[in-house]
Design a binder for this molecule. Sequence first.
Ligand code: ASP
Length: 329
Amino acid sequence: MGWAIALHGGAGDIPLSLPLERRVPREATLRRCLSLGIAALKANQPPLDVVELVVRELENCPHFNAGRGSVLTTNGTVEMEACIMDGNTKSCGAVSGVSTVVNPISLARLVMEKTPHIYLGFDGAEAFAREQCVETVETGHFITQENVERLRQAKEANRVQIDYTQPSHGDTPPQPTSADNGDSQIGTVGCVAVDGKGNLAAATSTGGLVNKMVGRIGDTPVIGAGTYANTFCAVSATGKGEFIIRATVARDVAALMEYKGLSMKEAAAYVINSVPKCHAGLVAVSANGEVAMPFNTKGMFRACATEDGYSEIGIWDTEVEHNFIDLKS
Ligand code: ASP
């Protein structure tokens, strides 16, 4: 038993040839966010605060698909989504269709703490943000040149990044198109954490899919699909939302532990293998401080650390940076 933390910056068809100028800032952000989360856990901050803190930081980074770096809808607009959940109480909050809120994850937490509801979307979520005086900006703040270009390429190839014109059932992996310039797949962000007493929390935030329909809601804010926490584990998923929702990915990990007695690693691997190949990944921690980070995509930006001093930062299956760091210092 000990604290543990895991975070992700999205799973997808990340080519091994990912240019250094795209790889380095993302790895640096993962490292920085991991250190931030470790410091917060060591300072005995509650896991719910830790996951919110880390996801806010990831939302502020334009290199990931959440907050500042959110990808664009087919109309060139931003519709962000986020979800947060506390394992002990199963309290949770979620937002969708947010277009001016700097940190949607904190708005999701306010929905959880300040409303009788769980999930607010679109105009109602924006009005609530103003009522709560959270930081908002002109929507143009979120429209980066990189995402304008990603949208252009997706439209040229007539695809949603996870393409609803391609087969959406069965095991057929998406076929590469001219839009796969090595960076069409930027990722959703998420963080899960457990403290030394077994308190768990999960948080996930996203801009969704490039060229998604206006109004589309993915797995991220759907409790039990992209995000879930109970007293067994905390899970944050990433990948193609339509597949993750069908497979109730996050809840299934918890259910396999609870009802089948599987270890978290076994449960997480089982669930990821049950999603059609190339479509999903997740990070999870258990109440006793185990970590799992399986994915069936080419890669997943990810990082983790545990109280016994183990830490890992990786993108693909190989080339993982394993470290034993002295976390006591
Ligand atoms: N799961 C997200 C969605 O479908 C996308 C991602 O994880 O990158 O909205």
